[in-house]
Design a protein around this ligand. Structure first.
Ligand SMILES: Cc1cc2nc3c(=O)[nH]c(=O)nc-3n(C[C@H](O)[C@H](O)[C@H](O)COP(=O)(O)OP(=O)(O)OC[C@H]3O[C@@H](n4cnc5c(N)ncnc54)[C@H](O)[C@@H]3O)c2cc1C
Ligand code: FES
Length: 271
């Protein structure tokens, strides 16, 4: 057989690589992690595009990474995530990336995750070693990674586990007892906006991982715009200084068709 005139391994493409699912873990109610082999180096906070043939392609934070194996953690909320939920060990998905700018790991940190936002900060927690971890969820059934992070402090909206209230209030309680040099967060944007405001008041450095509707994932389509930034290449992680300058942060986002709407409409009431 004739050899192609180039070395496929050296050729940089943005086409998905097919990967076999090696393990599926039920992490919490409607939330599963899917492990697969993908031999690329990923920095904490970066994301990959996951393709399910005949369905769609969507962005996911890399939530576990060990050697050549990694995982994503998906909350089942719509058509794509329902299709993902049906996949089992041995099924194949397309993976491309990693994309975006990740977190800058620093010592004496507090990591705050809300809901499935914990997935974006989990490899950061693993890299930091022993940061203070605050995990917020709507109730006990939706608390993620309890076994993985046994020292994490939990807050639930309904008080069914841990601190009764929002993780932002739990953060304020922690600030009465501890001093942090750095705060990292990912979760509902309203929660992240409050955390940035608290960090502004206290003068603490902060980084937040922001979500916007993504199509290409690498700066071509422009759909993930927030002010003058493209979340897929300039983010998804932004620092406090940048977040303070972003007028749309905590207020507006663009739908799949590009229309700019209030955040509550973008998240369909889940803002
Ligand atoms: C950088 C990044 C990292 C993400 N990491 C995770 C993760 O670790 N775990 C997780 O559960 N979810 C993550 N998401 C969100 C995930 O992509 C959506 O939950 C998923 O696409 C929903 O698709 P659906 O068809 O099930 O739901 P739909 O009903 O189509 O959408 C539900 C909501 O999901 C979001 N969404 C849908 N499509 C996209 C898209 N193409 N790009 C961005 N957001 C979209 C919107 O907020 C939308 O309102 C991430 C998003 C981004 C931008
Ligand atoms: S998703 Fe296309 S430019 Fe960001």
């Amino acid at each position: 057989m004739q050899k192609p005139p180039f070395n496929c391994k050296e050729w940089k493409t943005e086409l998905p690589e097919m990967a076999e699912i090696t393990k599926v873990i039920q992490e919490a109610k409607d939330i599963k992690s899917f492990f697969f082999r993908f031999d690329k180096e990923v920095r904490p906070g970066q994301f990959v595009m996951i393709w399910i043939p005949c369905v769609d392609e969507k962005p996911y934070a890399v939530s576990y990474q060990k050697g050549k194996e990694m995982a994503i953690t998906s909350h089942m909320i719509g058509p794509f995530t329902k299709a993902l939920d049906r996949l089992r060990k041995g099924d194949k998905i397309g993976v491309r990336g990693p994309y975006g700018k990740g977190f800058t790991p620093k010592k004496n940190a507090c990591v705050i995750g809300g809901g499935v936002g914990m997935a974006s900060v989990s490899t950061l927690i693993d890299a930091l070693g022993n940061p203070t971890i605050l995990m917020g969820a709507k109730d006990k059934a939706h608390v993620l990674y309890k076994k993985r992070y046994p020292k994490a402090m939990i807050a639930t909206d309904d008080g069914s586990e841990g601190f009764h209230g929002f993780v932002t209030d739990q953060f304020k309680e922690q600030l009465k007892k501890k001093k942090f040099s750095m705060v990292y967060t990912c979760g509902p944007e309203i929660m992240m906006k409050k955390i940035v405001e608290i960090c502004n008041e206290k003068g603490i450095d902060c980084e937040a991982s922001v979500e916007r509707y993504m199509k290409c994932g690498y700066g071509i389509c422009g759909n993930c715009v927030i002010d003058d930034q493209l979340v897929c290449v300039d983010g998804p992680v932004f620092n406090r200084e940048k977040l303070n300058k972003l007028n749309d942060f905590g207020r507006f986002a663009h739908l799949k068709n590009g229309k700019k709407v209030a955040l509550a409409e973008y998240y369909g009431g889940r803002a």
